[in-house]
Structure formats: structure tokens, C-alpha cells
Design a protein around this ligand. Structure first.
Ligand code: HEM
Length: 343
């Protein structure tokens, strides 16, 4: 896809919108008419050209605006990036993985020159050039994790593997679906997943952890997760809840198509080479119901999935208040025809 970076906002006047191309490639996570949690992981292998799966880390038309929004959030709350002292090696692993991937996949936008430990990084869309010594944090303006993740779309959690589980010991989190890094940092896989309903009893987290513990370098995996957000807001954190929580009461039959956004997370997991840690990236895609319903079958699919969503999931995802309004609005796109499997 040819990238023209949009000038748009994810707060205040909310000028964010998707081009027709961005809507077409939106990763709708509903291959069936109903939804329930599962261990929905698959190898993160390159997908079709132009799809969100084409490259290891997807850069799209929202890149520059999302990096700006992250900078605003960090200026207000530097604690959105955190790293425990033993994670420095995994931070460098992360910087290396992101820089080498972006430079290889998007050579028109990013370049990396390496001469031993002397590296030069160029980021054209953000107008940055950095000479630094790989492994020497004093040669970067921020720590390695913060430096590179300020320049990549999506949130990032860097995990330490020990004691038979994974610990969320470092992260850059500015666009999360209502969970707090300050609260979760240092927690283990089962601890930070504790609030999720039903999935524990279904064995989803036991199986997912077992799978992840055996993840091999060079064989990343991915999964999709989703929720909904009123207004195209990236920073829906508990810390800023007073700024966005009441928006849920603003949804009406007249504005629901424009205001309510599906928020899909493309989550990818990479084994890191030196630290044996893991990089968990959470790439967030937003699209309004109105935008999604421009695609054949998607309105009907959404109508059926949201109309049959188990109540504990709707409650946990914070949808209860406006879900009936959304389902009623979506019914205009559903003539009851069999949609078959897939999106
Ligand atoms: C929710 C982090 C991997 C399934 C969450 C939450 C966090 C999180 C912070 C929100 C919990 C809350 O309400 O406070 C992570 C991290 C992972 C990871 C850092 C990296 C290892 C996985 C995997 C699965 C999974 C591999 C596979 C099944 C879920 C589910 C939810 C959830 C089903 C509920 C989402 C919703 O309904 O919106 N995760 N997760 N997670 N996670 Fe994970």
C-alpha cells in the first residue's frame, strides 16, 4: 500500500478516519457469527501483500499521528514506559528486532547502518537520525525500549521468562484497552490476566502459556483480540478514565455509527535472542461501525456477533451501556443470509 501519512488526532476534536484502503485491510476478528475466547494463536508468517500481516510490524497511514499521540501521552505521564533494571538486555533485543524489521520491510521510510556496534538509524517520516553504540544506553536520548517504541505503532510489553511463567517486566503502553501498566508491571501471566472472565475456567490461559513458553526465535506467533471504544481514542487507560469514561453515555441511535469504534489488537509474540525474553506487541486498529459497514457482509457479521455476545464478555469489555443501540443500528445490514465461514 502506498503510504500517505494522515494528519489527524486521537483526542479532543477526534479527526481520525480511515481511507477506503485502510478499511479494506482492517483485521476483522470475526470468522463466525458468534464469539468466545479461545487459544487463537497461529504462526506470524508473512500474509498477502497489502494486508496487515504482510510484515512483522505493520506501519500504515496513521503512523505519524499515532507516534505524536504517544508523545503527548508520555509528556503527561512518563510512567507509561517502564522497565525493571534486569530488562536492559531484552530492551536492546527489542530495539534490534524493531530496527532491523522496519529497515528491511520499509526501506523508503527507515534505514539502519551497522558497523560493528556503531549503528546509524534513520526514520524519515519522523525526521530523525541517530548515531549510537549498540549496547551503550548513554548514546541514545532515552533507554533503548523507550527510544525505539516511541517510533513504532502499537503498545509493547517485554516479558522475562523464569519460574515456569512470563513476567511483564518492561513495557511501553499508551494505547491500551483499559488496563494499567503501573498496576501490572512485574506481574506474571496468570496474575495480570486475573480480571478476564470465563477464560480461566475454560483452560485458555493455561494452554496459551504452555504454548508461549516454547516459542522459538525466528518463529513468532500472532492472535487477534478486540473490544470497542467510543470515539477514536488511543489512550483509554484507567489513569485517564475521567477523560473518556463518560463518553459511553453519549451514544445515541443517531450518532452510534460514527461514534462507536471497533478496536482490534493484532498481538504478536517474538522470542528475543540474547535475553531469552519475549516481545509482545499490541497493534491497535480502530474503525467506526459506519466505516466497517462499507464492506460487504461485515455489517451483518457484526450484528450477529455483537447481538449474541455473552453478557460477562460485554460487561468486562465495558460495552453494556451502548451495545443494544449498536446492535439495533447494525440490524439494517443483516438480511439473515448465511454468511459462511471467514471474513
Ligand atoms: C486480556 C496482557 C498474552 C488472552 C489481557 C489484559 C492484559 C493482557 C494486560 C487485560 C487484563 C485486565 O483486564 O486488566 C497480555 C500480555 C501477553 C498476553 C502482556 C503476553 C504474553 C495473551 C495470550 C492470550 C491472551 C497468548 C491467548 C489466549 C487474553 C484475553 C483477554 C486478555 C482473552 C481478555 C480480552 C478482552 O476480552 O478484551 N491480556 N496478554 N493474552 N488476554 Fe492477554
Amino acid at each position: 500500500m502506498t503510504l500517505a501519512f494522515a494528519q489527524e488526532s486521537f483526542r479532543d476534536d477526534y479527526t481520525f478516519k480511515n481511507s477506503p484502503e485502510a478499511i479494506r485491510r482492517f483485521p476483522l476478528p470475526f470468522p463466525q457469527d458468534s464469539y468466545m475466547y479461545s487459544v487463537n494463536m497461529e504462526p506470524h508468517v508473512p500474509g498477502p501483500v497489502g494486508s496487515v500481516y504482510e510484515h512483522a510490524f505493520d506501519i500504515d497511514e496513521h503512523y505519524v499521528a499515532e507516534c505524536r499521540d504517544r508523545a503527548i501521552t508520555l509528556a503527561r505521564d512518563p510512567g507509561r514506559c517502564a522497565s525493571l533494571p534486569h530488562m536492559i538486555e531484552a530492551e536492546w533485543d527489542t530495539l534490534e528486532l524493531l530496527m532491523t524489521s522496519l529497515a528491511a520491510d520499509y526501506p523508503e521510510h527507515f534505514a539502519l547502518l551497522r558497523d560493528g556496534n556503531r549503528w546509524v538509524w534513520t526514520n524519515r517520516p519522523l525526521g530523525l537520525r541517530q548515531d549510537f553504540i549498540f549496547g551503550d544506553a548513554s548514546t541514545l536520548p532515552q533507554g533503548p525500549l523507550e527510544y525505539i517504541t516511541r517510533q513504532v505503532q502499537g503498545d509493547f510489553v517485554v516479558l522475562d521468562q523464569r519460574e515456569g511463567t512470563l513476567f511483564a517486566d518492561a513495557a511501553m503502553v499508551t494505547s491500551q484497552a483499559d488496563w494499567s501498566l503501573t498496576f501490572d508491571v512485574g506481574m506474571s501471566f496468570h496474575q495480570w490476566h486475573a480480571p478476564v472472565p470465563l477464560a480461566h475456567d475454560m483452560g485458555v490461559f493455561d494452554r496459551a502459556l504452555k504454548y508461549l513458553m516454547m516459542l522459538q526465535q525466528g518463529r513468532p506467533v500472532r492472535r487477534l483480540n478486540w473490544t470497542m471504544t467510543v470515539n477514536p481514542r488511543l489512550d483509554t487507560s484507567p489513569e485517564t478514565y475521567p477523560e473518556w469514561g463518560t463518553d459511553r453515555a453519549s451514544v445515541t441511535p443517531d450518532n452510534v455509527g460514527k461514534k462507536v469504534h471497533l478496536r482490534v489488537e493484532l498481538q504478536t509474540m517474538f522470542r528475543l535472542p540474547r535475553s531469552n525474553g519475549m516481545l509482545f506487541s499490541i497493534r491497535c486498529y480502530l474503525a467506526s461501525l459506519e466505516e466497517l459497514c462499507t464492506q460487504p457482509r461485515w455489517g451483518a457479521r457484526l450484528h450477529r456477533v455483537l447481538g449474541s455476545l455473552p453478557a460477562p464478555l460485554a460487561e468486562y469489555k465495558g460495552l453494556t451501556r451502548y451495545l443494544p443501540t449498536a446492535v439495533t443500528w447494525l440490524s439494517q445490514f443483516d438480511d439473515g443470509r448465511d454468511l459462511g465461514p471467514g471474513t
